[in-house]
Design a protein around this ligand. Structure first.
Ligand SMILES: [Zn+2]
Length: 78
């Protein structure tokens, strides 16, 4: 027999682009699904500082404007 307990789950409701401050919500389907969030912890020797947390949230327009030169974009397999 399985027994259950109540559990509170949080989900992201709004993502604000750190560059242009565009607010993206799940209702804004295209921008919501195309946003880019990066979050990681730098290791020993990181140029940001040993063990620092690094994160950024960008809308798709800012991803293109900041990283576009280096993005490898190929057609999907559909
Ligand atoms: Zn943006």
């Amino acid at each position: 027999m399985l027994e259950y307990q109540e559990k509170t789950v949080q989900e992201v409701a709004v993502c604000t682009c750190d560059r242009c401050e565009r607010r993206m919500t799940p209702d804004d389907d295209f921008n919501w699904h195309e946003k880019l969030s990066i979050a990681y912890r730098g290791g020993f020797g990181s140029i940001f500082g040993d063990g620092c947390n690094i994160s950024v949230d960008l809308c798709q327009q800012c991803v293109k404007e900041t990283l576009g030169t280096w993005l490898r974009i190929t057609p999907g397999d559909d």
